[in-house]
Design a protein. Structure first.
Length: 445
C-alpha cells in the first residue's frame, strides 16, 4: 500500500551554486576548429560564424529510477523507489525520496487514524541509502532513463523545487498519492504525458487494488488478514496499469517496457540500461497472490471446534472448560466489537478505501453481547433471552454477507473472512442455544 520510514543523512547540495555554474557555462563560447577555418579560407567561401558551443541544458545530467524490493517491516512490504539525478559537470548527486516521515512528528498517530498523514520529499545521499537497503537485505534495481537533455533539466528543476522546505510536505494516500505515484507523475510530466497515454487504458486482466496487497503480503498472514479486513469494496475496483504503479515494482516494469517519441519524431526505449545495484538473498516477489480460502476455513473450523468442546465441558460442570469458555468467548466477542466499531468509525475519516466495508457484518459491535453471554455461561451456566439474541443475530449477519458475496454487483473480496467467520459464529450459537438451554440451565456449584 508502499511506506518508507528511514530518513537518511544527505549531502547538502547548494542548488543556487549549481544553477550559477550552469549559467556560467551557458555564457561561454568556443572558437571554431582550426582545420575547418583553414579549409574555408582556402576555398574562398565566406567564413561561417563560430559554432554554438553553449552547453545544452541537461546534457550533463543522468537520471536513474531506483526500485527497492520489499523488506521486513509493514512499511516496507510494498517496496519503494527513488529518482537519482547526477550532474557530471558539477558533481551533484541526489536521490529524491518521497517516502520520508517520522513517527515522532507531532500528531502523527492522530493523523494516521484520520487518514491525513503528511509525508515529505528530499534529496538523499545515495551511498547512505544503498548501505541501508543492503543492511536490510533489500534488492535494488537501477534503470537509466534515456530522457532528452531538456527533459532531464526539467525533471531536476521539478524535483529540486518540490524539495524546498516550503514545498516538501504532501498529503499521503496509500493507493493514490504515495512515493511511487509521485515519481510516476513527475516522469509523465517531463514525457509530455506519454507514460499515462500508454498505460491508463482499460484491460481485461481483472487486477484490483486488493490484488497487489494480497500478492505482496501473502507470506505475512497477520498483515494479509489485517489489510484484507480493513479494505472495503473500493479495493475491488479494477485498475489500469497506470493506477497499478502505486506499487514501485509495477512502475519499474512499466517504465522498462515503455517506448517514447522524441522531439525529432524518432521512437526509442525509455530505459537505456538496467542493472541490479544491490543484490539480496530474499526470494523475488510472487507474480500472483495465492488462494487463502481453505486456510481461513480451517482456522475458523478449528476455532469453532474449540468453542464446542469448551461449551460441552462447561455444560458438564468442568471448571477448566468454564474458564476456557469464558476467556475465549471474551476474546472473540471483544475482537468483534473492536473490529466492527473500527470499520464503522472509518466513515468519519479520510480512509475512503475502507468505506462501506461488508466485513462489519462478519465482525460487528454486537460481539460485546456475545462476550457477556459466554462469560455468564462460564460463571453461572445460564443464558438469557438477550444472550441468545446476541449469539443468533451475528450468525444472520454472516449469512447476509455470504448472500451479498454471491451477488456480483455487491461482491466484496472477503470470501476468506466469510469462511472463517461462519464456523466461529455457528459454534457460539450452538453453545448458547443447544448446550445451555434456559429451561435446563446448569447451576454451577
Amino acid at each position: 500500500m508502499v511506506f518508507e520510514h528511514r530518513v537518511f543523512k544527505c549531502r547538502a547540495v547548494a542548488v543556487v551554486r549549481a544553477a550559477g555554474i550552469v549559467v556560467a557555462l551557458g555564457s561561454l563560447s568556443v572558437m571554431p576548429l582550426p582545420g575547418a577555418a583553414q579549409e574555408r579560407a582556402n576555398t574562398g567561401a565566406p567564413e561561417a560564424p563560430p559554432p554554438d558551443a553553449t552547453p545544452i541544458p541537461g546534457e550533463t545530467l543522468t537520471v536513474h529510477l531506483l526500485t527497492i524490493g520489499p523488506g521486513d517491516g509493514v512499511e516496507q512490504l510494498f517496496g519503494h523507489n527513488v529518482l537519482l539525478v547526477r550532474d557530471s559537470a558539477t558533481g551533484y548527486e541526489g536521490a529524491f525520496n518521497y517516502g520520508l516521515f517520522s513517527f515522532e512528528e507531532s500528531g502523527f498517530l492522530l493523523n494516521f487514524l484520520r487518514g491525513r498523514m503528511m509525508y515529505r520529499v528530499a534529496p538523499m545521499s545515495l551511498d547512505s541509502s544503498l548501505a541501508s537497503y543492503r543492511a536490510d537485505d533489500r534488492r535494488v534495481w537501477a534503470q537509466e532513463l534515456d530522457l532528452e537533455p531538456a527533459a532531464r533539466a526539467e525533471l531536476l528543476d521539478l524535483l529540486t523545487t518540490v524539495s524546498l522546505p516550503e514545498n516538501s510536505r504532501y498529503r499521503y494516500e496509500y493507493f493514490l498519492n504515495n512515493c511511487s505515484t509521485k515519481l510516476r507523475d513527475a516522469l509523465d510530466s517531463v514525457l509530455d504525458g506519454q507514460l499515462r497515454a500508454a498505460t491508463d487504458i482499460p484491460d481485461d486482466r481483472g487486477i484490483t487494488w486488493r490484488s497487489h496487497t494480497r500478492r505482496l503480503t501473502g507470506n505475512r498472514l497477520f498483515y494479509y488478514t489485517g489489510i484484507d479486513l480493513l479494505l472495503g469494496p473500493r479495493g475491488d475496483e479494477e485498475t489500469t496499469r497506470w493506477e497499478e504503479m502505486w506499487v514501485p515494482m509495477q512502475l519499474r516494469d512499466a517504465v522498462g517496457a515503455l517506448n517514447v517519441t522524441r522531439s525529432d519524431g524518432s521512437r526509442t526505449r525509455l530505459v537505456s540500461s538496467e542493472a541490479v545495484w544491490v543484490e539480496s538473498d530474499r526470494e523475488h516477489e510472487p507474480a500472483a497472490s495465492r488462494s487463502m480460502q481453505i486456510l481461513f476455513l480451517l482456522f475458523g473450523s478449528a476455532g469453532g471446534l474449540v468453542f464446542v468442546m469448551l461449551g460441552r465441558g462447561a455444560a458438564r460442570g468442568s471448571r477448566r472448560s468454564r474458564f476456557g469458555l469464558g476467556l475465549l468467548g471474551c476474546l472473540w466477542g471483544v475482537f468483534c466489537f473492536v473490529a466492527g466499531s473500527l470499520l464503522i468509525g472509518m466513515h468519519w475519516t479520510d480512509h475512503e478505501f475502507m468505506y462501506w466495508n461488508q466485513n462489519v457484518l462478519l465482525f460487528s459491535p454486537l460481539g460485546l453481547g456475545v462476550a457477556i453471554g459466554l462469560v455468564r455461561i462460564s460463571r453461572r451456566g445460564t443464558t438469557g433471552l438477550w444472550d441468545r439474541r446476541s449469539a443468533v443475530v451475528p450468525l444472520w449477519l454472516v449469512a447476509a454477507a455470504l448472500l451479498a458475496h454471491l451477488i456480483p454487483p455487491l461482491r466484496q473480496g472477503n470470501l476468506e473472512l466469510i469462511l472463517f467467520a461462519i464456523p466461529m459464529h455457528a459454534a457460539v450459537c450452538w453453545v448458547v442455544i443447544r448446550e445451555h438451554r434456559k429451561e435446563n440451565s446448569l447451576i454451577y456449584t
